[in-house]
Design a protein around this ligand. Structure first.
Ligand code: TMP
Ligand code: ASP
Length: 240
């Protein structure tokens, strides 16, 4: 498929229009960003690795009955997706306390939560993605009450599929971030998972040693970032 105009350049991906207004191309670059664009770098091979991990995870979710915008991989760095109107919030599910939650409430990282915990964040680099609640989202008009409930429900369903899948690969799914939208050709229809699922947007710890296998390696200068992303792919059986 011939790609055309650049529609949107995010911190790690670029979205291009295609000759079909209902289809977009997601191009995974080698750029990596942390702390909402404050820390930036280029990591050779990240785009290709993440494109492949994302495709594999989205296919597993589709098999489990969770719809996503992912259609198919086009080449090493690009995937074809459905064009969507995105909800401007991020949905985070946590199985283990880490990152901003540990910091916000003064809890040690690594405390296992008795049940999965859900949080909404407003998608805004300028505001550093503040935590928001259902009322903020509904009353300020970012999403309807029905969509809020559905994002929470679908986010938990993703956990039901992915947590055991990672566990089978010897990996603890600590937390992850999802984004949802409405496909342009289904206005008023059900929400569909968008964006990506890669080690850039989740925390993955080795189940035995606790070694970090995700973007915290970059955030915390632990080194060998891509080597660990590739280890995740290898354990899951994602072809690289
Ligand atoms: P946090 O601990 O920084 O709130 O992040 C929780 C999880 O969600 C972590 O795996 C990183 C991911 N995340 C993103 O990928 N992008 C974001 O903008 C946010 C807020 C979280
Ligand atoms: N995804 C955000 C960023 O690009 C936040 C983070 O990962 O730390 O900066």
């Amino acid at each position: 498929m011939e790609t055309r105009k650049e529609l949107y350049r995010g911190k790690a991906k670029t979205v291009y229009a295609t000759d079909d207004p209902l289809r977009l191309v997601m191009h995974y670059r080698d750029d990596v960003s942390a702390f909402d664009g404050v820390k930036l770098a280029r990591l050779d091979g990240k785009g290709e690795t993440n494109n492949r991990i994302n495709a594999w995870v989205m296919e597993r979710l589709t098999e489990a009955g969770i719809r996503s915008h992912f259609i198919r991989m086009l080449n090493e760095r690009e995937s074809l997706v459905r064009a969507m109107k995105m909800v401007p919030v991020e949905c985070v599910v946590r199985n283990v306390c880490a990152g901003s939650m540990a910091k916000r409430y003064g809890i040690e990282e690594g405390r296992r939560l008795p049940e999965p915990l859900f949080e909404f964040f407003l998608k805004s680099d300028a505001l550093h993605d503040p935590l928001v609640n259902d009322d903020h989202i509904r009353i300020l008009g970012w999403a309807s009450a029905a969509d809020i409930a559905r994002m929470r429900e679908l986010s938990y369903r993703v956990n039901d599929v992915l947590k055991p899948m990672f566990a089978g690969a010897g990996i603890d799914l600590v937390d992850y971030k999802l984004e949802f939208g409405h496909p342009l050709d289904e206005p008023g229809g059900d929400l569909v998972l968008g964006d990506e699922f890669t080690p850039d947007g989740c925390r993955l710890w080795d189940a035995k040693t606790g070694e970090k296998l995700d973007k915290d390696r970059f955030r915390r200068d632990l080194g060998e970032v891509i080597e660990h992303y590739r280890e995740v792919a290898r354990r899951l059986g994602v072809p690289l």
